[in-house]
Design a protein around this ligand. Structure first.
Ligand code: ZN
Ligand code: ZN
Length: 151
């Protein structure tokens, strides 16, 4: 891998697909649109935007599958592990990288601006001031959760 000049590197969940960006990330967008919710399987999609001119795959390109989400936008994923992969389109000068793929993200994205987009579509049940626990909440670890279900 030639990543000496990389500002950012990343990979899918099974290490098959790897990539880098030789240009700094522009912005981190948390997208609340319903399509991102489905594709990422989460409350919203967190996407690191980089210039396409600096983006390249380092391995695993033959394992990249996609489907047409719209006439202009394909959604890409690793056919081995199912991880969502960066959105790379010929017509688009920008690439959107799912945040969870980025290696050492706090370092790679230090100082980046973030924004919430399509916030009008955000789910009401995603409460922004929900309590935070460093790991499992007290009494709710994996074993205890099964216990709760039996009660
Ligand atoms: Zn994979
Ligand atoms: Zn979206």
């Amino acid at each position: 891998m030639h990543t000496d000049d990389a500002m950012l590197t990343g990979r899918c969940g099974c290490h098959t697909v790897t990539f880098c960006s030789t240009k700094a990330a522009i912005v981190l967008s948390h997208c609340h649109c319903s399509e991102c919710r489905r594709v990422y399987g989460t409350a919203f999609g967190s996407i690191v935007v980089v210039p396409r001119s600096g983006f390249r795959y380092l391995s695993g390109e033959l394992e990249i599958a996609c489907f047409a989400a719209s006439p202009r936008v394909n959604r890409y994923f690793c056919r081995v592990c199912g991880s969502s992969l960066p959105l790379v389109e010929e017509w688009d000068p920008l690439v959107g990288i799912p945040l969870g793929l980025v290696n050492d993200a706090d370092r790679a994205l230090e100082g980046i601006k973030s924004q919430h987009i399509f916030a009008a579509d955000a789910l009401d049940c995603v409460v922004q001031d929900a309590p935070r626990f460093a790991a499992w909440p007290p009494g709710q670890d994996g074993n205890n959760r099964a216990q709760h279900l039996r009660d």
